[in-house]
Design a protein around this ligand. Sequence first.
Ligand SMILES: [Zn+2]
Length: 184
Amino acid sequence: MPATAPDLIRAVIGFRQWRLHGEELWSLHADDRWGRGLQTARCLGEDAHDGAAPQNGCTCGFYAWYSPTPRTASLGTSELVGGAVALWGQVELHAHGVRAQHAMIVALALPFSWGAKRRRLVRVANALEVPTVPARKLNAAALEHGDVIPRSMRPPDTTPNKRAAPGPPDPARLYAVADGLRRR
Ligand SMILES: [Zn+2]
């Protein structure tokens, strides 16, 4: 980690989606079940390295976007749910989101519909001791637990094709260190 990494006093807020699997919450693209409280990232896979995750040049760490996913993104499936996380420790900054060392779910967004999915989500949230909020209140609920990364710290999106994988961000802005979750 470069010595110039900016030091953030509070946790960083990010937004993500999970997959409801039975009474459990799983990452969308990783074989990773989310539990109660603090989660610490590990590098997984065949070429997993020792030491903290995320590491530069690797894909490990907890992913989150800077902004909430569109409210409609979790509609129409019985599985997808959106929510907010507090992130801290080593945090790698990308154009649209971060990869972080430590994460904790701070709020889950309720689906619009009243039905099985909503009941299931509430049961999962209760088990994880995480509040559920209407999707329009997710941002406000998240901000009680930390700060969003200021735009000035985010590496610019230099990809002309937004759907392509992002290129390497400005190295000087690659890492930040967030000191942690404010005690409640
Ligand atoms: Zn890794």
